[in-house]
Write a protein that binds this ligand. Structure first.
Ligand SMILES: Cc1cc2nc3c(=O)[nH]c(=O)nc-3n(C[C@H](O)[C@H](O)[C@H](O)COP(=O)(O)OP(=O)(O)OC[C@H]3O[C@@H](n4cnc5c(N)ncnc54)[C@H](O)[C@@H]3O)c2cc1C
Length: 585
């Protein structure tokens, strides 16, 4: 570093050098602690400042999954891991796909699920707090500001010495601008600064995800719980992760085009299949992004990207990869100097090369796991026997010791090819549930988020002596139909979490629920809505306000309506709205 603060060849961080870290999450706080600790070990007292934008107030942080390696890395960074974090240990991870399931056991002392929600913070916030505590104890300063960009602006020769000595990199954050010798980006997989970090910066690609919490009415202590990964429950969902906490289950659905409705529908299916408790309450539903492979350009003079801003994949649940990248980045900045080529060699090629490879393999394995269909769970078990972790920070997927992402990719690819070949030779036999409960006569389900409509239709049907169960919230529907199939379901289209047309399709696609009659009703009396309802398998479409007489005739098969009865293949019937305008709902 010349007296002018500009980055000269062989530039190194020295005592008094200023380092900024953008993002005070797991990677950022971890890097701050490592920089100060390792700097001090090299006789350099650094000035480390961490910019953290702060989370949206009502955001619920996910639980944290701590492997033995995560815990030792946290301890190495000066964190005290509270013993009570051990309270919730996972027995393993159950992998489900195409009706098959396999449990991949965790190694002893393996997987701790840390979580304080709903009484306290989500586990990730608790771990972050411990890391921030350790970094602050080492001398890091946390600045509650959102960073907009970083500019490489060496001070002009005639600039005051105080300016010239503070380094060429200017961090712009909410109206402030401060100079630093080095800047690290640790903003996670949320939308990144992109080229505002440095020109040509290529962060980790990301994939869409939706997360939420399932709250149980009363806490459940499940002996030796397992996490669950349901692969390809829906065409739009590559994976649904279910992570049991003491007072809730954390749910995460990911896929290129995943939506909140996709997560809700997958959870309804999970409840139907006994993977989550029925009657759960959905909280904290929000969209997010997950890293999906390695970033391509992660360093520039004096600048470096760490954590999930640099790499990751949706099956990487543990924190050790992220913490490993933070420590390697800190040591690279201290030892390799600030030149891009030196950082590229020391950090990217020597420090995190394997983590980058693993994240690529982890991301690619998802497509092959989808192709493998019902063979996918077995592919995880087979992969366990192949390739072991090298201990260089590369870990198994899902926080497990094995399989490693590379081994999983190999095994998933093979399973995918075999599935492809055998699918040419066979007709798809759908797994039939052992028993299909018989349909309950005179039992009707009404699914409508409008209390008046629900009330009116309930009264009408009960006046005929029928039994009615009304659902204000559709989340329990699949479960209820699978357990007690009613004579028919009256299904509104516009609902709280998932639209009624998708639910109708979902009901008609599963052997446990497909034979239940579904009548769709809606104020959206448009040809395309009517057609979609019939294509989804509805027996009839009733425009709102519903004509009570016609509804009874349809359900009870009484009266001599002018329109013809549905033909054998139950040609669906489209009814005109009740002429009197008076009707139900
Ligand atoms: C359920 C679950 C799923 C997981 N999925 C994955 C996964 O798919 N892949 C993976 O690698 N790891 C995953 N993990 C592991 C773990 O979550 C991550 O490794 C870890 O959170 C990444 O830490 P980070 O610091 O990179 O990002 P984060 O912990 O997200 O921290 C980023 C921080 O930067 C801040 N920030 C963002 N932009 C700015 C800005 N402009 N200015 C200032 N601050 C900013 C944010 O507020 C945030 O605090 C998962 C863990 C769990 C429990």
């Amino acid at each position: 570093m010349d007296g002018e603060g500009a980055l000269m060849s062989g530039s190194r961080l020295a005592s008094g050098s200023r380092v900024a870290i953008i993002g005070g999450g797991i990677a950022g706080a971890g890097m701050a602690a490592s920089l100060l600790f390792n700097g001090r070990a090299r006789g350099s007292a650094l000035d480390v400042r961490v910019y953290e934008r702060g989370d949206e107030p009502d955001r619920i942080a996910p639980p944290a999954v701590l492997t033995a390696e995560c815990r030792s890395r946290l301890a190495a960074l000066g964190c005290r891991v509270p013993p009570e974090w051990r309270a919730h240990e996972l027995r393993g991870v159950e992998i489900l796909a195409g009706g098959n399931r396999e449990v991949v056991p965790a190694s002893p002392g393996g997987l701790w699920v840390v979580d304080g929600w709903p009484h306290g913070q989500g586990g990730m916030a608790l771990v972050r707090e411990v890391l921030v505590g350790a970094a602050t104890a080492q001398g890091a300063r946390f600045i509650p500001r959102r960073v907009e960009r970083v500019e490489n602006q060496p001070a002009s020769p005639d600039a005051p010495a105080a300016v010239r000595k503070n380094g060429p990199l200017v961090v712009r954050a909410q109206g402030s601008g401060e100079r630093f010798h080095a800047v690290a980006l640790a903003t996670g997989s949320s939308p990144s600064l992109g080229e505002c970090f440095f020109e040509g910066f290529r962060p980790a690609p990301t994939v869409a995800a939706v997360q939420a919490r399932l709250r149980h009415a009363s806490p459940r202590l499940v002996m030796a719980p397992v996490a669950r990964l349901w692969l390809a429950p829906l065409p739009t969902v590559d994976g649904l992760l279910l992570l049991p906490g003491t007072h809730s289950v954390y749910a995460l659905a990911f896929g290129p085009a995943v939506t909140p409705a996709d997560l809700c529908q997958s959870l309804m299916m999970a409840a139907r299949d006994g993977l989550v408790e029925e009657g759960f309450e959905l909280m904290g539903l929000e969209t997010t992004r997950l890293p999906f492979g390695p970033g391509r350009t992660l360093v520039s003079p004096g600048q470096i990207a760490v954590g999930t801003a640099a790499f990751g994949h949706p099956l990487q649940l543990g924190l050790s990869e992220t913490l490993a990248s933070s420590s390697r980045a800190a040591v690279s900045l201290l030892d390799a100097g600030l030149e891009a080529s030196a950082l590229e060699r020391r950090y990217v090629r020597e420090g995190i090369a394997e983590l980058l490879e693993d994240s690529a393999a982890g991301a690619r394995s998802l497509a092959w796991l989808r192709r493998a269909g019902a063979r996918a769970p077995r592919a995880f078990v087979t992969a366990r026997g192949r390739g072991t972790t090298t201990g260089q920070g590369s870990n198994g997927v899902l926080g497990l010791a094995t399989p490693t992402p590379m081994a999983l990719l190999g095994s998933a690819r093979w399973a995918g090819l075999r599935e492809l070949l055998s699918s040419w030779m066979r007709t798809t036999m759908e797994p039939m549930p052992a028993t299909i409960p018989s349909l309950e006569p005179d039992l009707y389900y009404i699914v409508d988020d409008d209390p008046d409509a629900r009330e009116a239709m309930t009264q009408l049907l009960e006046s005929t002596g029928a039994r009615v169960v009304a659902f204000a919230d559709e989340l329990a529907l699949f479960c209820a139909v699978a357990r007690r199939p009613p004579t028919a379901i009256l299904l509104d289209v516009v609902l709280h979490w998932v639209d009624g047309l998708r639910l109708c399709e979902g009901l008609k696609q599963h052997p446990l629920t497909r034979d239940t009659r579904v009548v769709v009703m809606s104020g959206l009396n448009r040809p395309h809505v009517r057609q979609r309802a019939l294509d989804a398998g509805a027996e009839a479409f009733l425009p709102k306000p519903v004509d009570a007489e016609k509804l009874l005739r349809l359900l009870m098969g009484t009266g001599n309506d002018t329109y013809e009865k549905p033909r054998t293949h139950r040609e669906p019937t489209v009814y005109a709205p009740s002429p009197s305008g008076r009707g139900l709902g």
